[in-house]
Ligand binder design. Structure first.
Ligand SMILES: *[C@@H]1O[C@H](CO)[C@@H](O)[C@H](O)[C@H]1NC(C)=O
Ligand SMILES: *[C@@H]1O[C@H](CO)[C@@H](O)[C@H](O)[C@H]1NC(C)=O
Ligand SMILES: *[C@@H]1O[C@H](CO)[C@@H](O)[C@H](O)[C@H]1NC(C)=O
Ligand SMILES: *[C@@H]1O[C@H](CO)[C@@H](O)[C@H](O)[C@H]1NC(C)=O
Ligand SMILES: *[C@@H]1O[C@H](CO)[C@@H](O)[C@H](O)[C@H]1NC(C)=O
Ligand SMILES: *[C@@H]1O[C@H](CO)[C@@H](O)[C@H](O)[C@H]1NC(C)=O
Ligand SMILES: *[C@@H]1O[C@H](CO)[C@@H](O)[C@H](O)[C@H]1NC(C)=O
Ligand SMILES: *[C@@H]1O[C@H](CO)[C@@H](O)[C@H](O)[C@H]1NC(C)=O
Ligand SMILES: *[C@@H]1O[C@H](CO)[C@@H](O)[C@H](O)[C@H]1NC(C)=O
Ligand SMILES: *[C@@H]1O[C@H](CO)[C@@H](O)[C@H](O)[C@H]1NC(C)=O
Ligand SMILES: *[C@@H]1O[C@H](CO)[C@@H](O)[C@H](O)[C@H]1NC(C)=O
Length: 832
């Protein structure tokens, strides 16, 4: 049954329901007037439900059908937008009912559009509830009863709810008077007739429909668009002056009343207009004229900061115009090239120094528009080693908080302020100009010299390394002397090679920090940063890890134990690890090497290690399959980089969930890479002792040489654990299933591979085909014969295309593997 027929069926069904029940007729008008009322977000209580091909699910408690076709039908209820991950909004959204075509729209994203939502800050789950209470509030609670949102109507008591054909959700009282309306609380969209009043905001939605980064607001002197940050930065302004407008209107309005005027903007047919609202009248402030087809329209502040106008074409919303039209080249949007990215005719690049040093790197080499990060992070503790890098022909979308001074004072003000990330100086006369210090840098813009009509200098702050402790410190103890000399030697050597290769033999201070390399810290600095090692994050294979803070940046400090080797090796290894940058590898920020202590400073990962998430007893708040799939792909990409893309191949040797860390967005990054070599460095390339963790060790540890294929085995184990959500070795399980690999072999024999997945819920059922593919991939990685295991780059390729399972030629070979006779490796029960 098509979704449309289904919908019509509901409508017919609804009409036949007696008015006392909690379902709503859709003939005009369709208010709900039996208070109190209560709806629970599941199919049983809300009969208007539909799930579309793309996974979007809607459950409507009110539907305002618009049969004419020139406007969409609106519905109010719960919506989980594709890719639906059990997170529902209580919202007003457009749906296509009736109209000219009865077939299902091919693309629901252009039809189902949330025009207002109550709970973007906190999506709710299945069984959340909406209640119209006796005292006149509309209240949204999550499944566990926690209060998520309320209309907070004080002017009650309300007697009903109505959804107007404009898309306005209205609570009304006995007299039929509006007590609360969704039009007064816009989210990211304005519909025709809807206003944005002074002080209110239109806030962009991010792709998962939660609150985004941009907002549009009316202040008393203009319409502004901002990108949110500690200090919001404006990327669009259209100024007006109410007093002036009153004077120009030549109306008989006292200046007192004019001062009391408040401004608002309204979306009208054919224009976005701003008005000043006075007690006796209203005065137009400006008009932005817009295309005006004879259909319904809406205007929405979108994820990228553009304010776009759409028109209804009978089946879906069609893009009509960019309302703000900030800049035709689209370089003037704050996030067009990510943070620190420079936009030039729509192309993104990172700032570069003129000496050929790499000072900034792309977050993702394949997606330059995600932005850049400083190769050495800025640290307030090392403020005296910060420099300003001049950026010729670069400007910015926002200049605010300026004062007048000379260029030198302007620059030194930035160097003195820890919060200053960049500085702009706009020349006014020979010596003076406006100085702008930026606490956060979004996308920068390139301009052709001579095209901006004023002289602008732009500088961006970069962190240099502190020079190593000076060797002229004669009062240092004898022990201390060796280290600085070595450090100096290594620095000189590295610099020398670098410069020789670049054929750029210019005079330079060899003690200058090498950008892009990890920062050296003293033990005292790290002791302070970690508050005397007070907050332990965990105990890794190489020593304990503590949380710390450098300025405002959280860090993780690993104290290495059992280091038997010399400092040169340590330094060399640190340089190797520190030069490896990949989005799926935990970044080394700095290190400490002194007499007694070897510490490594890493970026802090706010969601901790993967084991805490996949082995949870309470499965309801664990990660969805989609998130887990992304984690598997992230780990594969990180390993592929270590194995195949680094200049120097790096074998990790201890891949396990405890060494996979998750950031605030649940991106996975591998930690502890390069350390096995650091600890167990041996000329012969043969590992002297078995490293790694029981359960994850490849069988060849017992017999032959260790290669990167051992990591691939461990990766296979981790994948099985992520898929099945249980540990590889679990003594609490009944005999015969304590070892997951043995269990899997049994299940392969009877053709019930999916049985290894614990707590099979809806999520698992929905993705069973992909899950089986992923298990097959794991089995391939677990081959006893290490040469038969795939390379990590192959794994990445398969994971990236796993959704379309048929076409892949590898699929057949992996099918063979899954037949019961193939030799799966047992888990060697050895080592520590
Ligand atoms: C909507 O919910 C009802 C009641 O549970 C159910 O019978 C019906 O199948 C659901 N509709 C769809 C399309 O699943
Ligand atoms: C609810 O109905 C939707 C269809 O509208 C269906 O896809 C989904 O499986 C049902 N959920 C439950 C829990 O019954
Ligand atoms: C569906 O529509 C959206 C918005 O109009 C568009 O971005 C997307 O590419 C379309 N998807 C398909 C599969 O056509
Ligand atoms: C929702 O509530 C119903 C009835 O109380 C219950 O049977 C169902 O399992 C619940 N669904 C979820 C996902 O908690
Ligand atoms: C939605 O996306 C934003 C940013 O992309 C993220 O911060 C937030 O956690 C996400 N929310 C959910 C519920 O996934
Ligand atoms: C508006 O104009 C009046 C008179 O021209 C001026 O005094 C006032 O400062 C202006 N207000 C703003 C916010 O610019
Ligand atoms: C303007 O209004 C005041 C009182 O509000 C009135 O006394 C005056 O005559 C009016 N002037 C004109 C020109 O209408
Ligand atoms: C302006 O507003 C103040 C307070 O809101 C009010 O007391 C005053 O009467 C208003 N003035 C006019 C001219 O409307
Ligand atoms: C503003 O736009 C409206 C259309 O909504 C138009 O009728 C009117 O003439 C415009 N006014 C100005 C001053 O441009
Ligand atoms: C430059 O401008 C500043 C402030 O605007 C002023 O104090 C100064 O006298 C000007 N200098 C010259 C040389 O015009
Ligand atoms: C920009 O600087 C150049 C050279 O310093 C000077 O000749 C020119 O007048 C300046 N232009 C402006 C608009 O200040």
């Amino acid at each position: 049954m098509s979704w449309c027929e289904t919908m019509l069926l509901f409508l017919l069904f609804a009409l036949s329901i007696p008015p006392s029940s909690q379902a709503w007729s859709v003939d005009y008008p369709s208010p709900i007037s039996n208070v109190p009322s209560h709806w629970t977000n599941n199919n049983a209580t809300i009969p208007y439900n539909a799930t579309y091909a793309d996974g979007s699910t809607i459950r409507a408690i009110l539907v305002r059908q618009n049969p004419a076709g020139y406007a969409p039908s609106f519905a109010c209820g719960f919506i989980c937008a594709a890719p639906c991950d059990r997170a529902f909004l209580f919202a007003v959204f457009s749906v296509s009912i009736g109209g000219s075509s009865t077939s299902a729209p091919a693309n629901t994203t252009a039809t189902l559009r949330v025009v207002w939502a109550a709970n973007r800050h906190h999506p709710v789950k299945e069984n959340a509830s909406v209640q119209l209470t006796k005292d006149g509030n509309l209240i949204l609670r999550d499944f566990d009863g926690s209060l998520v949102w309320s209309t907070n109507t004080l002017r009650g008591p309300i007697v009903g709810v109505n959804l107007a054909d404009t898309g306005n959700l209205i609570l009304f009282d006995v007299m039929g008077k509006t007590v609360w309306e969704s039009f007064e609380h816009p989210t990211d969209t304005l519909l025709i007739g809807q206003s944005l009043r002074q002080g209110k905001r239109l806030t962009s939605a991010s792709s998962n429909l939660t609150q985004g980064q941009f907002y549009l607001t009316v202040l008393d002197h203009g319409l502004y668009a901002f990108v949110d940050a500690d200090t919001p930065q404006s990327y669009y302004q259209k100024r007006f002056n109410v007093t002036d407008a009153v004077v120009q209107s030549k109306m008989n309005i006292s200046s007192d009343e004019a001062k009391n005027g408040t401004a608002y903007i309204s979306l009208l047919r054919g224009s976005l207009s701003a008005f000043a609202s006075l007690s006796s009248t209203r005065i137009k402030l400006f008009n932005i004229s817009l295309p005006w087809p004879s259909s319904a329209q809406l205007m929405s502040l979108e994820e990228d900061g553009h304010l776009r106008l759409y028109g209804w074409n009978g089946l879906s919303w069609k893009y009509l115009a960019d309302v703000l039209n900030v800049d035709p080249e689209e370089c003037a949007y704050p996030t067009v090239c990510g943070e620190y990215g420079i936009c030039s005719e729509g192309q993104c690049s990172c700032p570069t120094g003129n000496s050929g040093d790499i000072l900034f790197r792309q977050l993702d080499n394949r997606q330059p528009n995600l932005g850049c990060f400083p190769a050495t992070p800025l640290s307030c503790d090392l403020i005296q080693h910060q420099r300003l890098l001049p950026l010729p022909d670069v400007t910015y979308f926002n200049f605010a908080h300026d004062w007048t001074t000379d260029e030198e004072s302007c620059m030194s003000a930035c160097l003195k302020a820890c919060s200053c990330k960049a500085v702009f100086f706009r020349q006014q006369n020979d010596s003076y100009g406006s100085c702008y210090l930026m606490p956060k840098i979004f996308s920068l813009m390139h301009y052709e010299p001579g095209t901006i009509g004023y002289n602008l200098s732009a500088y961006i702050k970069v962190q240099m390394l502190p020079p190593p402790p000076s060797s002229k410190g004669l009062n240092a103890t004898a022990y201390h002397v060796g280290v600085p000399v070595l450090v100096v030697l290594i620095c000189v050597l590295l610099l020398f090679i670098k410069r020789a290769m670049a054929k750029r033999m210019q005079e330079d201070d060899p003690f200058k920090g090498i950008p892009g390399m990890p920062t050296r810290f003293s033990y005292k600095q790290l002791k302070e940063a970690t508050n005397n090692f007070s907050k332990k994050l965990g105990q890794g294979g190489f020593g304990p890890v503590y949380e710390g803070k450098l300025g405002s940046v959280k860090i993780a400090v690993k104290c290495l134990q059992d280091i038997g080797h010399g400092k040169e090796e340590f330094m060399a290894e640190v340089m190797t690890i520190g030069s490896i940058h990949h989005i799926n590898l935990v970044r080394l920020i700095g290190y400490c090497s002194d007499k007694l202590h070897r510490l490594l400073v890493y970026e802090h990962m706010s969601n901790g290690s993967l084991d805490k998430w996949i082995f949870r007893k309470n499965q309801s708040d664990s990660l969805s399959w989609t998130s887990r799939y992304r984690i598997i792909l992230d780990v594969a990409k990180g390993l592929a980089y270590l194995h195949e893309e680094c200049r120097q191949k790096i074998v990790h040797l201890d891949i396990k969930p405890g060494n996979i860390l998750l950031d605030d967005k649940f991106n996975a990054k591998i930690s502890d890479f390069g350390l096995a070599k650091l600890i167990d460095r041996d000329q012969s390339q043969v590992m002297t002792k078995v490293r790694g963790t029981r359960g994850y060790l490849a069988p060849e540890w017992l017999t032959s040489t260790i290669t990167e294929k051992a990591d691939i085995y461990s990766f296979g184990v981790v994948v099985l654990e992520i898929v099945s959500r249980r540990k590889i070795l679990d003594d609490t399980k009944p005999e015969g299933s304590t070892n997951l690999i043995n269990l899997l072999q049994e299940k392969i024999k009877i053709g019930q591979v999916l049985d290894i997945v614990e707590n099979q819920n809806e999520d698992v059922q929905l993705h069973r085909a992909v899950i089986i593919e992923v298990i097959k991939l794991a089995v391939w990685c677990l081959q006893r014969e290490c040469t038969k295991r795939p390379a990590m780059s192959q794994v990445v390729k398969i994971l990236e295309s796993a959704m379309d399972t048929e076409a892949s030629s590898e699929t057949t070979s992996r099918d063979d593997i899954c037949d019961a006779s193939s030799p799966l490796s047992p888990v060697p029960v050895s080592a520590r």
